[in-house]
Design a protein around this ligand. Structure first.
Ligand code: GDP
Ligand code: GDP
Length: 487
């Protein structure tokens, strides 16, 4: 449902007839509930490829006295306020009446998008009324016959560009990015990586402990760029995002803590809860975990990085305040060691040293974000995977628990963002964690997917499956393995 269309106009012009034509049999059940007086009818409408919600002011009666006119007015205003687009209908056979003029005035004042329709337009008897409709000052009327289904093409061509605009608006307003996208091997181009655009910028969250330098980092990035469009509140009040064009990449950077700072909730700032981190992480495609070089990999940092991995986001670790580090070489070695030991689930994820203050390392950070995003979107064809699986099994066959050899039969990529794979095998529940880890690490190396979370599911053959014939095995038959420490 990309938008809502309200059909308004005085009684008997043909609103319900059009409503029924657009909705067909898909009328919402709510309408049939007894005891509910509903003055507005709502239905799921379809016109060619457009799907939208349509509202009809069904309860209108002919206004003969003051109170009825007031009621009609109220109801119409309510419909107009609920709608993105209003279809204002007159009866072309009757021509423009004084009541029509009252409606036209309401619409001119209140509605953003008005489409004027002269209904009952079939036949010459409507010619004069269609011409008269121009006098309402609402643009060119569509000549419509709701009863005979004429003029719907013209309605479509007026709705379609608006529908596109609403779709874009909906996408821009949505803070949560698309994740766990199903791979369709027949349709998808394996090399396709969605390029960030101004309409769909790359969503990045900068997370880390208070005073790690998140605000300084974001300001530094902004300072280098002139294309800032200003802070904008997200749908969730706690999130604030900044749109920018960083080294040519349209980005939207989420900074949850920054918002809190501006709201002067200083006490809460001291305790960055996992909840805060979660919120920022949810908005992101790529998560930058910013560490303070002086106190790296504290418990909080680890929890947030782990959380980002569990949420299936691409993760980058950036070590900040590198400008005041004396022993850079040995420090870097230490950091890399700690990273591998403490965050094995992010094996191969980039570790970048930066100085938010001086701006050093920011280009490398940008490039690491782009690479991580690329890997996160990576697609491997089934043919490649199966050739690879054969090699992996030959090099290191799976164990034979209780004498039963586990056969890995077939492998395919089911998801991207992050990459998720399914291995069809005998005894999926007997495959040890270590063997799954072997496969995941192999995938990382052989298909160049460092850092990004990789999901690997072991699944039993369908013929040994009581749910045979179903397209998907129920979730209980799926066993998820990752290369992390979690069970
Ligand atoms: P509403 O009160 O605006 O919802 O109007 P209805 O949809 O109930 O229609 C009022 C009357 O106009 C009904 O008798 C319909 O059959 C008739 N009507 C609706 N659309 C057309 C049309 O395109 N041409 C003609 N000739 N009659 C129509
Ligand atoms: P936030 O709480 O994570 O947003 O951290 P801030 O951006 O407010 O930074 C906390 C403190 O660290 C401030 O005093 C900054 O000036 C300082 N700081 C941030 N980045 C750097 C850096 O790269 N080098 C140095 N030396 N100090 C920094």
């Amino acid at each position: 449902m990309s938008f809502t269309l309200a059909i308004v106009g005085r009684p008997n012009v043909g609103k319900s007839t059009l409503f029924n034509r657009l909705v067909g049999k898909r009328l919402a059940l709510v309408d049939d509930q007894p005891g509910v007086t509903r003055d507005l009818r709502e239905g799921a409408a379809r016109l060619a490829d457009l799907k939208f919600t349509v509202i009809d002011t069904a309860g209108l009666e002919e206004a003969t006295d003051e109170s009825l006119q007031g009621r009609m007015r109220k109801l119409t205003e309510k419909a107009v306020d609920m709608a993105d687009i209003c279809l204002f209908m007159i009866d072309a056979r009757a021509g423009v009446t004084p009541t029509d003029q009252v409606f036209a005035e309401i619409l001119r004042k209140r509605a953003d998008h008005v489409i004027l329709a002269a209904n009952k337009g079939e036949g010459a008897a409507a010619d004069a009324g269609v011409i008269e409709a121009y006098s309402l000052g609402l643009g060119e009327p569509i000549r419509l016959s709701a009863e005979h289904g004429e003029g719907l093409n013209d309605l479509y061509s007026q709705l379609q560009p608006l529908a596109d605009a609403f779709e874009e608006r909906a996408e821009a307003a949505s803070d949560t990015p698309e994740t766990d996208v199903t791979v369709d091997e027949d349709e998808d181009d394996p090399d396709y990586v969605p390029m960030p655009t101004n309409a769909k910028p790359l969503q990045v969250a900068v997370v880390g402990r208070p005073n790690a330098g998140k605000s300084t980092l974001i300001n530094q990035i902004l300072g280098e760029e002139r294309l800032l469009t200003g802070p904008e509140a997200g749908i969730t009040r706690d999130a604030i995002s900044l749109r920018m064009n960083w080294n040519g990449t349209p980005m939207r950077i989420f900074d949850t803590a920054g918002m809190r700072k501006k709201a002067k909730v200083q006490e809460k700032l001291e305790k960055l809860s996992v909840g805060d981190g979660l919120r920022a992480v949810k908005f992101a495609e790529v998560v930058v975990v910013l560490l303070d070089a002086a106190i790296p990999f504290e418990q909080q940092d680890l929890r947030i990085a782990d959380l980002a991995e569990r949420e299936g986001r691409a993760v980058i670790v950036a070590v900040n305040k590198w400008d005041i580090e004396d022993e850079k070489q040995s420090k870097l070695k230490d950091l890399k060691e700690s990273f591998e030991r403490l965050l094995p689930q992010l094996r191969g994820a980039p570790l970048i040293t930066v100085s938010a203050k001086t701006g050093r390392g920011l280009d490398r950070l940008h490039d690491a974000i782009m690479r991580a995003y690329d890997v996160w979107n990576r697609r491997v064809t089934t043919a490649q995977l199966n050739r690879w699986l054969t090699g992996m099994v030959e090099a290191h066959p799976p164990p034979a628990p209780q004498g039963k050899r586990i056969k890995l039969r077939y492998m395919t990529q089911a998801k991207t963002r992050p990459p998720g794979f399914v291995v069809m095998c005998s005894h999926p529940d007997k495959v040890p964690e270590s063997y799954s880890r072997y496969l995941v690490n192999g995938l990382r190396l052989d298909f160049d997917m460092p850092g990004t979370p990789i999901r690997l599911y072991m699944r039993g053959q369908n013929d040994a499956n009581p749910y045979k014939g179903r397209k998907k095995a129920p979730p209980s038959k799926l066993r998820k393995h990752t290369d992390g420490r979690r069970k």
